[in-house]
Design a protein around this ligand. Structure first.
Ligand code: FES
Length: 106
């Protein structure tokens, strides 16, 4: 299992376990993380799964593809560490990943 920590806008941290192969969005939804909606089910078309990746982890993730970048732009998620949780596939290299959640989604 992979350990993930979500930190909400009030700096409350919640640590969960997730299976490799699932997405960060699915891990959040499965664990009832407030702040991640995942309305489109992970099809990169709703931008209700925006997070900001902790600085130490930004360079350890593959960069966003064009569709993800476009969705982030449309959601005005202009923080350089902003990502769509549904586009982050969990694997063993991401054990310990920490992300921050916005106060609300787009
Ligand atoms: S769940 Fe819809 S864009 Fe991520």
């Amino acid at each position: 299992m992979i350990t993930i920590t979500f930190i909400d806008h009030q700096q409350q941290a919640t640590t969960v376990q997730a299976a490799p192969g699932s997405s960060l969005m699915q891990a959040a939804v499965d664990n009832h993380i407030t702040g991640i909606v995942g309305e489109c089910g992970g099809f990169c078309s709703c931008a209700t799964c925006v997070c900001q990746v902790e600085a130490a982890w930004v360079g350890r993730l593959p960069p966003p593809e064009a569709m993800e970048s476009a969705m982030l732009e449309s959601a005005a998620a202009d923080h350089p560490a902003s990502r769509l949780c549904c586009q982050i596939a969990l694997n063993a290299d991401l054990d310990g990943l920490t992300v921050h959640l916005p106060e609300s989604q787009f």
